[in-house]
Design a protein. Structure first.
Length: 576
RNA sequence: GGACCUGUGGUGCAGUUUGGAGUGCACGCCGCCCUGUCAAGGCGGAGGUCGCGGGUUCAAAUCCCGUCAGGUCCGCCA
């Protein structure tokens, strides 16, 4: 039907007759003897010259036949890759007329999200969205190639799986043949891939769809894709190497540049220095520990288990209302308050601090504060005093708000965060909660303290971070029944409970489970960052709104009565 | 479950603080003109439940209450 693609025509093609197909991006009529059509396909736009009037409108689907020629002197368009040439003396065939589009099909305006999603098929015609779809395919393909090259086997796993009441809320799929019972859609293929290790697959990967019925965010949709990986007879170092290879390849495929080796940081160091387990290491503004400075303070607000600070260079000029807003933000994040100190200089050139709480601090504490933070005249020091986790959480968030840049802005700073804690807090019954999942192998140096001091036990779990976004996580798995039993015991999971929840996995492990470890890389986030997008919706063909609504299909919708009956379902009124 | 921001012709905005006729801008759309434009240009025209409901007022896009939707975030996401 066509001989060329619109965006690919160049001066080398001059003299050839060409037929191109696409959508009318723009029509410009100059009377009865001349008209221009800018024709768009997925490769770009080319100008077609028609010797007369032309009965087309924006977004008509047309085929245009003409001769490629250099544009007349003085009429080239440097803004178009095809700007040196044009299709001349064209014949236009309308393949399909179109109503005016609901919004402009270009990248110049930010259209309301609902309108874009309702007409996603139009939205995706825009050059940026086309580029995002194509970038995603390219990244996807480079990841697959990297895994193939490293000896991994692609295996698909079921979407209809069994409930595993641990972790994220699952989407349920009622069974027609088994009234009252449900499958669930997998929050990840975690258990399936471990079974594949027992099955001797050795090295597995899959670009897997994962589904989690949790609240949506800029970096979270109900359904998302992971490069899911699992390998047998490997160490943590091996997994980090496999994944690094894949994501560095992906970066190179996406951007043309290969970042350097991925640095590694322990979880403890990440929390200490950045207040988060997913630090954006593109900028410093690190947390400073002041606990020692205020160890004997008379100031009640600072007599806490942990006192930390961040310094905003040149921040002493911040207005009172801005500081109040920061204080409100800190409180919203859980802090009791936020103490700020402007580093000032008096007429004699002596450095001092200006703060509503300065009068509560001794001279030594004031000078110690400035010395420890390294702040200089004109800077702003923000301090939080609370327990360790909360202090880190609040200052880590303020650090990002005050010093951070959009996630999608280069450079691309990958980071491995290793040695996560095995447990994170306690549940209602006072039992420790698994930080990763209950099949995570404890750190070999800490395993003896599993029962005596679980809070101090590190695990062989690790995260990959890119520009402050968690790109994925993984762990070395428990493959020995004795260690697994000890972990379940610490978690307060009885033998019966373990058997009912994970019986098929534990059963399989009795038949020869190899040591194994794995990882999963969030594909949507990875592509979004490379695409320069701060929301993964922009790299997903048909995403949902933050409330989980699809304006195009109007899903979710009530089921017809007959369908409900087939599934053995009956709606009940919404509970308050 | 909670906080904040947003909602005005098809699209993007201004107008809301300080109530006074649906007022304005740009794009798009329709008609006419135009032989080198490319965000073409000129002339003319159509197009509105100011998200929805209630309240205050002589009078509400504007003030108040509620509600719906979108966005960002906290909780949540092993």
């Amino acid at each position: 039907m066509r001989t060329h693609l619109c965006g690919t025509l160049r001066s080398e093609d001059v003299g050839t007759r060409a037929t191109v197909c696409g959508w009318v991006a723009k029509r410009r009529e100059h009377g009865e003897h001349l008209a221009f059509i800018d024709l768009r396909d997925h490769t770009g736009i080319v100008q077609c010259v028609v010797p007369g009037t032309v009965d087309v409108r924006s977004e008509y689907v047309v085929a245009v036949e003409g001769e490629v020629r250099l544009r007349p002197a003085g009429t080239t368009n440097p803004d178009l890759p095809t700007g040196e040439v044009e299709l001349h003396d064209c014949t236009v065939t309308v393949l399909n007329a179109a109503e005016p589009p609901p919004f402009p099909v270009d990248d110049r305006v930010d259209v309301d999200e609902v309108i874009r999603l309702k007409h996603r098929f139009v939205d995706l015609r825009r050059p940026t969205m086309q580029a995002n779809l194509r970038l995603r395919a390219k990244v996807n393909s480079s990841l697959r190639a990297a895994m193939d090259r490293q000896g991994f086997l692609e295996v698909e796993t079921p979407l209809l799986w069994a409930p595993t009441p641990e972790g994220a809320r699952e989407f349920a799929v009622p069974s027609r043949l088994h009234h009252g019972s449900c499958y669930v859609l997998p929050q990840s293929p975690q258990l399936a891939k471990q079974l594949l290790m027992v099955a001797g697959v050795d090295r597995y990967y899959q670009v897997a769809r994962c589904l989690r019925d949790e609240d949506l965010r800029a970096d979270r949709q109900f359904e998302f894709s992971q490069l899911d990986i699992e390998a047998s007879f490997v160490t943590q170092e091996d997994v980090l190497s496999f994944v690094s290879e894949a994501v560095l390849d992906a970066a190179e495929a996406a951007t043309g540049q290969r970042p350097g080796p991925v640095p590694t940081m322990t979880w403890a160091e990440a929390m200490d220095r950045y207040g988060t387990d997913k630090p954006d290491i593109r900028f410093a503004m690190e947390l400073v520990d002041l606990t020692a400075v205020f160890a004997t303070t008379e100031f009640r607000a600072f007599s806490a288990p942990c006192v930390k600070a961040i310094v905003l260079d040149g921040g002493a000029g911040l207005s009172r209302s801005r500081l109040d807003a920061l204080t409100d933000r800190a409180k919203a994040l859980g802090a009791k308050g936020l103490a700020w100190f402007k580093v000032t200089q008096n007429e004699d050139g002596v450095t001092g601090i200006e703060s509503p709480v300065a009068k509560f601090l001794s001279d030594d504490e004031q000078s110690g504060l400035v010395a420890a933070t390294g702040a200089t005249v004109g800077d702003l020091i923000l301090t939080v005093a609370d327990d360790y986790r909360l202090t880190c959480h609040v200052l880590g968030a303020l650090r990002l708000e005050l010093g951070g840049r959009p996630v999608s802005e280069g450079p691309y700073a990958y980071l491995w965060v290793v040695d996560f804690p095995m447990f994170d807090g306690v549940d209602d019954a006072g039992n420790p909660v698994a930080a990763h999942h209950p099949f995570t192998m404890p750190h070999p140096e800490d395993i003896d303290r599993l029962e005596s001091d679980p809070a101090s036990v590190r695990s062989q779990a690790y995260d990959l971070v890119l520009n402050g976004w968690e790109l994925g996580s993984g762990s070395v798995r428990v493959h020995r029944a004795d260690i697994q039993a000890r972990i379940f015991s610490v978690l307060g999971i009885s033998d019966e409970e373990a058997a009912s929840r994970f019986g098929f996995l534990l059963g399989a492990f009795r038949f020869g489970a190899p040591p194994h470890a794995g990882f999963a890389v969030g594909l949507d986030r990875l592509v979004a960052i490379f695409a320069g997008e701060d929301n993964i919706r922009e790299v997903i063909a048909f995403p949902k709104t933050q409330s989980g609504w699809d304006p195009m299909t109007d899903a979710p919708k009530p089921l017809a009565a007959g369908a409900l009956r087939d599934l053995g379902l009956q709606p009940i009124p919404k509970l308050d």
